[in-house]
Ligand binder design. Sequence first.
Ligand code: G4P
Ligand code: NA
Ligand code: NA
Length: 191
Amino acid sequence: MELLENRIKEEGLVLPGGVLKVDSFLNHQVDAKLMMEMGKEFARLFADKGIQRILTIEASGISMALTTALVLNVPFVFARKKASVLMSEPAYVEDVYSFTKQETAHITVLKKFLPAGEKVLIIDDFLANGEAALGMARIVEKAGSTVAGIGIAIEKAFQKGHSRLIEAGYHLEALASIASLEDGKVTFTKK
Ligand code: G4P
Ligand code: NA
Ligand code: NA
């Protein structure tokens, strides 16, 4: 998606350790118009999949899952990273290990917000090692629903997540695919 790639070129900051900082439009300050365009693009990419629900994870997945849900006219739910005392109802819980943070999160979705027998689109802002996406996919499958696709805003194709999701048989679409962040430079995957 050219609009997103251009923003990454203009405002993205490459940090040591293969991390791309995009907090001026995605991870901290959020460009609502860009999120709307991303929602339209996700909706277009998965238009023929019969999507009935969207699942994302807090915090940064929410803004683009919201706009995608608006365009597709389906409900969306976000997994919580910490179960709150208010969640004393039956829930799906999956352990997701973050290599970036070197800690395990217990991602949680109440069962009542993930009915069985649906086609679910998983959305997230970044794909690195794929732990978050695979954790959400396990939750969808435990619920008796189908992962109809995985939509990622920015994938780092040089990390394991891309190939892990493809090998697991999921339909993966990334709006921007980064081949390398070497030498402080963003290189996009050739299409
Ligand atoms: P994984 O799920 O693909 O295995 O990724 P990992 O655990 O390594 O990522 C942990 C967090 O860091 C996630 O956000 C993920 O979106 C984010 N992340 C990974 N690589 C990058 C990167 O290069 N740039 C940026 N900006 N973020 C990256 P999170 O902790 O869940 O935070 P939130 O933003 O959703 O609150
Ligand atoms: Na993130
Ligand atoms: Na995220």
